[in-house]
Design a protein around this ligand. Structure first.
Ligand code: DAH
Length: 342
């Protein structure tokens, strides 16, 4: 018999034996495999050993060496299978399936984590919760009344421009056609809460808003805002400033200074932009003001009885400053190499 043929037989025998032993699921299957391959009289290993005599004299040392190695390998596979089956029989409760080897060292695996924006939202809720603000959610698809009208934003106001909003198909309501849009601000939730709840009110709402901006390092067509609203008797601008200062020192650090700059929003009077001092710069972190009497009237409150303040902050900005993220687009690429750093 040619050496190459003998070696090939050995190779096939070894492959078949390894497969049988490692897949043997119980003692009976293992015993059948043992008889087939290691049987003393007519096992396949024995048969192959007999072929050794037919290999030429000069090739026999090579063939014999290979035969012995194969035999050892098959013996070892049999013993391993024996051990595997006896240990699984001892603990039938968690009997491993197939080739599971409980003795292999454990491998680390990556656990997922919350998105940095979700982490920021949780922290903001926590801070505001300690100041007594409860969390409210509002819909992302809004109508004109909640996104504009009730917020004192008249029909001809540029904020309603179709180029600045994601208008959706017109919805047919019972008595008129209504234009729906993806909300452009979370101030909508102020209206929804006041319509349902008599004063006093002390709430925040965090969620997505949508504007057709071209994405760049500081803009994205979807981002998050935290809206705040406090309504009670005798609420003043001093209360607004105290709350925003407490918020800023809690989130950014106890030595942070804030300032108010005069501004304009249709739903507040007076209106301000709030800045904090950071690295020798004033950095804007949101808009705020005293709720306009027109808004209070729109929801059925009496502006002679109650006053209040409101604010709207950008969540991405706060998150980016905290983590030194310089491009907002990184937050929404879903690249785990970026996300797993937070
Ligand atoms: N809604 C405003 C915006 O998206 C932010 C804002 C300003 C919210 C003043 C307020 C506020 O509640 O009082 O630009």
């Amino acid at each position: 018999m040619a050496l190459t043929d003998f070696l090939q037989n050995l190779d096939e025998l070894s492959t078949a034996a390894m497969a049988m032993f490692s897949s043997a699921g119980d003692a009976a299957a293992l015993e059948a495999a043992r008889i087939e391959f290691l049987g003393a009289k007519s096992g396949r290993l024995k048969t192959t050993q007999k072929q050794l005599g037919g290999v030429s004299k000069e090739d026999r040392p090579v063939a014999g060496k290979q035969f012995n190695e194969t035999k050892q390998k098959i013996d070892a596979a049999f013993k391993e299978a024996q051990q595997r089956l006896s240990s699984s029989a001892a603990s039938p409760v968690d009997k491993p399936q197939g080739n599971f080897d409980a003795t292999l060292p454990g491998a680390t695996f990556r656990v997922g984590r919350l998105h940095p924006i979700t982490q920021t939202i949780e922290e903001l809720k926590d801070i505001m919760g300690r100041l007594g603000f409860s969390v409210v959610e509002g819909p992302e698809i809004e109508d004109n009344w909640h996104n504009f009208e009730a917020l004192n934003i008249p029909l001809e106001h540029p904020a309603r421009d179709p180029l600045d909003n994601f208008y959706l198909a017109t919805a047919q309501t019972s008595n008129h056609d209504e234009m729906l849009l993806l909300r452009s601000q979370t101030s909508t939730v102020q209206i929804r809460v006041m319509e349902k709840t008599p004063p006093p009110v002390r709430m925040i709402s965090l969620g997505r808003v949508y504007r057709p901006d071209t994405a760049d390092a500081t803009h994205y067509p979807m981002f998050h805002q935290m809206e705040g609203l406090l309504i009670d008797s005798h609420v003043t601008m001093a209360d607004l400033k105290s709350v925003l200062r407490l918020f800023a020192t809690s989130y950014l650090g106890s030595d942070v200074h804030i300032r108010f700059r005069p501004s304009f929003f249709p739903f507040t009077e007076p209106s301000v932009e709030a800045d904090y001092w950071w690295n020798d710069n004033w950095i804007e972190f949101g808009g705020a003001g005293m709720v306009d009497p027109n808004v209070l009237q729109a929801v059925g409150y009496d502006p002679e009885e109650v006053t209040g303040f409101a604010f709207g902050l950008g969540v991405e900005r706060l998150c980016m400053r905290r983590h030194s993220i310089t491009d907002i687009r990184e937050l929404y690429k879903n690249d785990v190499r970026f996300l797993h750093q937070f």
